[in-house]
Write a protein that binds this ligand. Structure first.
Ligand SMILES: Cc1ncc(COP(=O)(O)O)c(C=O)c1O
Length: 388
């Protein structure tokens, strides 16, 4: 049975797959079953921070796999503790809970908000405000948190307690807050899945100031924007805010499943013994991989992200088929005259992997994609964008 028939027969049909099967990867190059080479501008949707099967990361993971592959969270675990310490030192956050995905990191944030409300307000302030056009995950609760109606079908009843504010509209945020007496706000600073839209700094700062003055928790979803992707370790650093909660996943593990909910001073001890847990969360192999990734995201890497962003923007500027470019660092959304799906299909045929996000073309290359590969990929992408 070939791979396509096997997939159709045995794997749940939840994905509209492209007609390609990658069998090998080396950094920013992928190879399909016929040995064809592709330049990767998608990194498995912001996962392979230093490229696919990056050898330094793979060594760290293999070494851990050989010495202690798993230990229950009933016991201490050096790789998990080292990673938590590194994340706290690099961010100023105080404690970390580890799960296995972005959705789980957000579930944890929502639990933190509700427990905070329960401890301080006898559960009377229950609502979490999220933004329209947001995306926070696929569990029933994170779907409910997601501010897009298309995700609010089929799986009723959804978890209650979310209200959706218009992004970049502070009056709407205040209106909803007054209506619901919300305990927290959860937002992406660059809305990824809805097309890659960066929030206004002034809006984010106004919301942050309001949260600080009104005992509301400022919770930032950095599942996609985090771990160097936008040119700083976390995107919030560029907005001049200090969140109470930061969630992240994707690039954190560099290719292994790990999610983290970072908690600041106000909420560091809100979750007590027994209030949350996970069998695999912070598993030694995933934690060793994540430690390797985070410890390598230094000033030079972040500078490289900004240089590559500048190069991509320069290549797109003034091109006939380009209507606009949004995003930060190596998380960019391109709005084009030609339908985005056509562009992505045509690029794939010519050996360049890029993504869509709503109506835009989305680029999420490795933080260290070699310039010569980026140049080659941009030649093809620009040609396809202009072929409308
Ligand atoms: C901003 C954001 N939050 C949460 C998630 C969910 O992450 P996961 O698929 O790891 O559960 C995603 C995934 O695309 C995301 O982009």
């Amino acid at each position: 049975m070939d791979i396509r028939s096997k997939d159709k027969s045995y794997v749940a049909s939840t994905y509209a797959r492209f007609d390609v099967a990658f069998v090998k990867g080396e950094g920013s190059l992928l190879y399909d079953e016929h040995g064809e080479e592709y330049i990767d501008l998608g990194t498995g949707i912001a996962v392979s921070a230093f490229g696919v099967s990056d050898p330094i990361w793979a060594n760290a993971v293999a070494e851990q796999a050989r010495s202690l592959s798993h230990v229950s969270n009933l016991y201490y675990s050096q790789p998990q503790d080292d990673l938590a310490e590194l994340l706290c030192t690099r961010t100023g956050m105080k404690k970390v809970f580890f799960g296995n995905s972005g959705a789980e990191a957000n579930e944890c944030a929502i639990k933190v908000a509700r427990k905070y409300a329960s401890d301080r307000y006898e559960g009377k302030r229950q609502t979490v405000i999220t933004l329209k056009n947001s995306f926070h995950g696929r569990t029933v609760t994170t779907l409910a948190a997601t501010g897009q109606d298309v995700f609010h079908t089929h799986f009723t009843p959804f978890t209650e307690g979310f209200a959706y504010a218009e992004p970049n509209n502070f009056e709407d945020f205040i209106r909803l807050q007054k209506q619901t007496n919300a305990i927290a706000v959860l937002m992406e600073l660059v809305q990824g899945e809805s097309g890659v839209h960066t929030l206004d700094k002034s809006y984010v700062q106004a919301v942050a100031a309001y949260c600080a003055e009104n005992d509301m928790l400022l919770m930032i979803d950095e599942v996609q924007t985090g771990n160097g992707r936008t040119g700083t370790l976390y995107a919030y650093e560029q907005f001049g805010i200090q969140p109470d909660v930061v969630t992240t996943a994707k690039g954190l593990g560099g290719g292994l499943p790990i999610g983290a909910c970072l908690m600041g001073e106000r909420v560091a001890d809100v979750l007590g013994i027994g209030s949350h847990g996970s069998t695999f969360g912070g598993n030694p192999i995933c934690a060793a991989g994540a430690y390797n990734i985070i410890s390598r995201i230094n000033g030079e890497v972040l500078e490289g992200v900004k240089q590559r962003e500048a190069y991509i923007r320069m290549r797109l500027m003034g091109e006939d088929g380009v209507l606009g470019v949004d995003g930060m660092g190596l998380m960019l959304g391109i709005s084009c005259k030609r339908p985005n799906k056509e562009i992505v299909q045509a690029c794939l045929k010519r050996g360049v992997v890029c993504l869509t996000a709503k109506n835009n073309v989305r680029l999420l290359p490795a933080l260290n994609i070699p310039m010569r590969l980026l140049e080659r990929a941009m030649d093809i992408l620009v040609e396809e964008i202009n072929s409308y």
